[in-house]
Ligand binder design. Structure first.
Ligand code: FES
Length: 636
């Protein structure tokens, strides 16, 4: 097959690509991640690139306008290599690293509550390392190498009857390992209730064992490197999930994965490659090797967990939505090719159901939701809103489909929280003049999830929209910012000259309706759970919000638009990336890990689509803040 040189600008990066490769895949090969909302079907228009030179085969142009086509703009997913080319990938088509939510920790810094939780559960990590000196065998002291080693380990570790296992791959090299080290060896082991399993034998040293806490999100992947002796987060790195090229959401990826066996392998490899890429960067920075990594704990939603393991996910999306497993057996890293000790164990958080996964169980653990009488509500807001409600006696969970609005999808100028995104808005109710706060103080190019919530609250306060989200074109100000277009109504947030582009940055009536549907879905999920267990909103003592969007949410605005319940601001708490925090906790504490497994079993999953209550609640929530204003006394 012919190969061609593809140059990507402005990086000036050149790769070789086979004839027929899509520019989307060629860019991924060059390490440039292009947005691909529809998974390469040519329908979302997210993957626009500029063909600067070359004559590719164009298989589809989607909704590109004749002007865009004349300028050389193409869809990367529908444009195929058939000669040398130069491509420019514009910023708006790129997934960018700095959008990844690392958690709210800085290096080595943890919230007080996390230390408390670790103290509460007790530190006993899932892998240990022990240095021992063995006596040299003689004609009279002639026990086998394995007996010599295991007896000394038992003595030093005081293991009692706990079994010690040695995989064949380690046993094969035992004689050489001991003698080369002159009987002074460091032994790395997996430590679980079932026993100790030796994963590495090396020359005696005092380098601590390290573990990985891994959050596999649909959009992003985050890895923490943890010192298993001290519990310290030594380093961390996050990036986009390389599966993004197969689609933005779990459903599109499932559809791709189940098309044939090769696709499933490909999509599994994409996420393993993502984790390995992050790990390699961390190891290089810390001057460590993969042989120092003794354990890994993974938290992800149910689909991400199954895809990470290469387990067929098709029944997750088909009624009655059955996952292959909720509890995942731990397995050696070599089975999926993670860059760590080949025999070191990889553990995955249990799921509850197809749409309440290990990331939510991890969040529930970190929230310490199941350990007191107080009723706590945990919400993870993303494309899916996952909600857990309960206390030490009972736990209920549900998932509601909020759609992609809060992550920038389906909104005319929607974008993720990255430089150039509008995150705060002030609107003068008399003149409708606008002041904006833009991430990194850049020129505004779009609006992120928290900006949208803020914007809709301000549109409502200024009388630009009514409680149903309808634009009020006859606003008393007579401002030109409020206007009708041929197919919609819109409000100008930034004029084209301010945005440095050709178009005004606007929010349309359709955008507002999309956000109302998204917030309505989440609020209806909360209300449905409350109704189910006959708990009044006032009885909730804490509302813990997780997820990238939640981290920057303005509580007042969120309540004003009816996304969150009308409670005192003091009851709300942001937890950041709860998934990776939960992974760290379980990695460092066997008790926490047991509790996590127990939580997964204890949670009652409520399938909202089968109850009538949810639809009623949803319809009632399609107003700002709600049809029943008695639920929002602060805004009556
Ligand atoms: Fe190319 Fe959607 S149009 S990925």
């Amino acid at each position: 097959m012919s190969q061609f040189r593809i140059k990507f600008m402005p990086e000036n990066r050149v790769i070789e690509a086979d004839q027929g490769t899509s520019l989307l895949n060629a860019a991924a090969k060059a390490g440039i991640m292009i947005k691909s909302g529809c998974g390469g079907k040519g329908t979302c228009g997210a993957c626009k690139v500029d063909v600067l030179s070359g004559d590719p085969l164009v298989n589809g142009t989607g909704n590109l306008t004749p002007e865009q086509l004349a300028k050389g703009i193409r869809l990367a997913c529908k444009t195929l290599v058939q000669g040398d080319m130069t491509i420019e990938v514009p910023p708006e088509s790129r997934l960018q690293e700095h959008q990844v939510l690392m958690g709210d920790v800085q290096k080595g810094l943890l919230q007080e509550s996390e230390h408390d939780l670790l103290d509460k559960f007790g530190r006993h990590s899932l892998a240990i390392k022990q240095r021992i000196s063995l006596s040299i065998p003689t004609l009279t002291e002639n026990s086998s190498d394995w007996a010599r080693l295991s007896i000394e380990l038992r003595r030093v570790l005081k293991t009692g009857d706990k079994p010690i296992h040695m995989p064949l791959s380690i046993l094969k090299h035992l004689p050489e390992s001991l003698r080369k080290a002159n009987w002074d060896v460091s032994i790395t082991m997996t430590d679980t209730e079932a026993g100790l399993t030796i994963t590495h034998i090396e020359q005696g040293n005092d380098v601590p064992p390290y573990g990985l806490a891994i959050d596999i999100g649909t959009t992003t992947v985050v890895v923490y490197l943890i010192n298993l002796l001290t519990g310290e987060i030594v380093d961390q790195q996050g990036t986009y999930n390389k599966q993004a090229k197969y689609g933005d959401d779990v459903i599109t990826r499932i559809v791709y994965a189940v098309e044939n066996e090769q696709n499933l392998i490909e999509i599994r490899d994409a996420v393993v490659e993502t984790v390995n890429g992050l790990l390699d960067k961390i190891l290089a920075r810390q001057s460590l090797s993969n042989m120092n990594i003794a354990s890994a704990m993974v938290a992800g939603n149910t689909t991400m967990t199954q895809l990470f393991l290469g387990v067929d996910p098709r029944y997750i999306r088909l009624e009655p939505y059955i996952p292959t497993m909720t509890n995942v057996p731990s397995f050696p890293a070599r089975e999926i090719g993670l860059h760590m000790l080949p025999e070191a164990m990889v553990h995955c958080y249990p799921s509850v159901a197809s749409y309440v996964g290990g990331d939510i169980v991890a969040g529930t653990l970190v929230t310490d939701l199941a350990n007191g009488e107080d009723i706590i509500l945990f919400i993870d807001i993303g494309t899916n809103g996952e909600i857990v409600l309960g206390n030490q006696d009972w736990l209920v969970a549900c998932a509601c489909s909020a759609g992609p609005s809060f992550e920038g999808g389906g909104i005319t100028f929607g974008m993720r929280a990255m430089p150039g995104a509008i995150e705060r808005i002030i609107i003068d109710p008399e003149t409708l003049d606008v002041s904006l706060k833009v991430i990194n103080n850049q020129t505004p190019v779009g609006i992120c999830g928290s900006g949208l919530v803020d914007c809709i609250a301000k549109l409502l306060s200024a009388g630009i929209i009514d409680r149903a989200g309808n634009f009020q074109l006859g606003h008393k100000s007579g401002s030109q910012r409020l206007r009708a277009t041929t197919d919609d109504k819109e409000f100008v947030l930034a004029w084209a000259y301010q945005a440095g582009g050709e178009k005004d940055v606007v929010i349309t009536e359709n955008d507002v309706k999309n956000v109302i549907r998204a917030k309505g879905a989440i609020y209806a999920g909360i209300r449905s759970l409350l109704n189910m267990v006959a708990v009044d909103i006032e009885m909730i003592s804490r509302i813990v919000i997780a997820g990238g969007f939640g981290n920057y949410l303005n509580i007042h605005d969120s309540v004003q638009i009816g996304l969150l319940p009308d409670l005192e601001p003091e009851r709300f708490e942001f937890i950041g990336n709860a998934s990776v925090k939960g992974a760290r906790l379980a990695l460092l504490s066997q008790n926490a890990w047991r509790e996590a497994e127990e939580l997964g079993r204890k949670m009652t999953y409520v399938e909202l689509s089968v109850g009538v209550t949810y639809m009623d609640e949803y319809m009632a929530a399609l107003f700002l803040p709600h049809t029943d204003m008695s639920l929002f006394p602060s805004f009556q």
